[in-house]
Design a protein around this ligand. Structure first.
Ligand code: NDP
Length: 307
């Protein structure tokens, strides 16, 4: 359908959006498998430009983040749209609003501050460490004066983690014994564990926690293809004897803090304290390939599609 034609049907508050960047995220896998029917538009977030508007909150030319799904053009009544930070710097790509200065960056920040209560001098373990969330987790932990150990799935990713200032980084696919490498990386154990992966990694990592250690369960990407719900096993006796605290969370819990938190993330970026690497795939038609590539670990940093 012509987009001008679409505009003819606008109601008073509607806007027409043109996608610039689409986000490629792990949650799309379990969500689409469990909650969507064949033929529905795939869910997802994008940065878009307002190209027609009947809504004064979103004038023509402004940029928004919206949950529009995998679409190049969307008619929206404004529900769920958020304007980009008003003073978004010209030299910072707007795609970061889907990554380090968007949902994944907020996930890292809230997981560390609200769930783990990470303190200077503590040792943190993070897995999927070279990804959108993990790479920001490690860098914020360094800003806070912590020792950071990261796990990721290729030697290229390990080199990236070292560039970011991680104290220790390893390739979990080639280390042999995960238990040994975790012990060597931090012989005294871990105060905090930012968990992105789940499955066997957790069962090995949890016994490496210090007494009163804290675990933030952010994601479980190793299980997103499982057809049966995961039942464990978690090392319960370790959790009891070490008196560990484990808490699952969703980034949306602290939505009311987002404006201030996004400004903090942007400030760290501007000060050169946050490197915001992206894996950019060109072309809307390559969205499925980018999505499958991310699930297979091809991305370093945030996976994005540039329309
Ligand atoms: P990433 O950018 O980290 O991309 C996914 C990465 O996961 C891949 O690059 C790969 O890295 C790793 N991976 C994929 N399959 C497996 C597997 N079977 N076993 C181990 N690792 C695997 O994604 P995000 O940073 O966006 O997300 C990271 C985690 O955080 C996900 O679990 C996601 O669902 C979760 N999340 C949770 C949120 C919340 O509110 N709770 C919000 C946002 C994300 P590698 O090469 O290192 O294996």
């Amino acid at each position: 359908m012509s987009y001008i034609f679409m505009f003819l049907f606008f109601s008073v508050s509607e806007v027409l959006l043109e996608a610039l960047f689409l986000s490629v995220d792990p949650y799309m896998r379990p969500f689409s498998r469990v909650r969507m029917k064949e033929g529905e538009v795939m869910i997802g977030t994008q940065v878009a430009k307002v190209i027609q508007s009947n809504n004064p909150t979103f004038p023509v030319g402004c940029h928004v983040v919206g949950r529009c799904g995998w679409r190049t053009h969307t008619v929206s009544d404004g529900t769920g749209l958020t304007c980009l930070l008003s003073d978004w710097p010209q030299d910072v790509s707007m795609s970061l609003a889907l990554g380090a200065i968007g949902m994944p960056g907020l996930t890292a920040l809230y997981g560390l501050e609200e769930v783990l209560g990470l303190q200077a001098g503590e040792t943190l373990l993070v897995n999927a460490a070279a990804g959108a969330v993990g790479s920001i987790v490690g860098q914020i932990a360094k800003i806070k004066g912590c020792r950071v150990v990261g796990s990721s799935g290729s030697d290229g990713k390990v080199a990236f983690l070292k560039e970011l200032g991680f104290d220790e980084a390893f390739n979990y696919k080639t280390v042999g014994s995960l238990e040994e490498v975790l012990k060597t990386a931090s012989p005294d154990g871990y105060d905090c564990f930012f968990e992105n992966v789940g499955g066997p990694f957790s069962s090995v990592a949890i016994p490496q926690m210090k007494e009163f250690g804290r675990i933030a369960v952010c994601g479980s990407i190793s299980t997103y293809n499982d057809t049966n719900p995961q039942t464990g096993p978690y090392p319960h006796l370790t959790m009891i004897f070490k008196q560990l605290k484990m808490e699952g969370f969703m980034v949306s819990r602290w939505e009311h803090k987002n404006p201030e938190s996004l400004m903090r993330l942007m400030a760290w970026k501007r000060e050169g304290k946050l490197q915001c690497r992206e894996q950019v795939t060109e072309g809307f038609e390559n969205m499925p390939a980018a999505f499958m590539g991310m699930l297979q670990g091809e991305n370093i940093g945030k996976a994005i599609v540039k329309v």
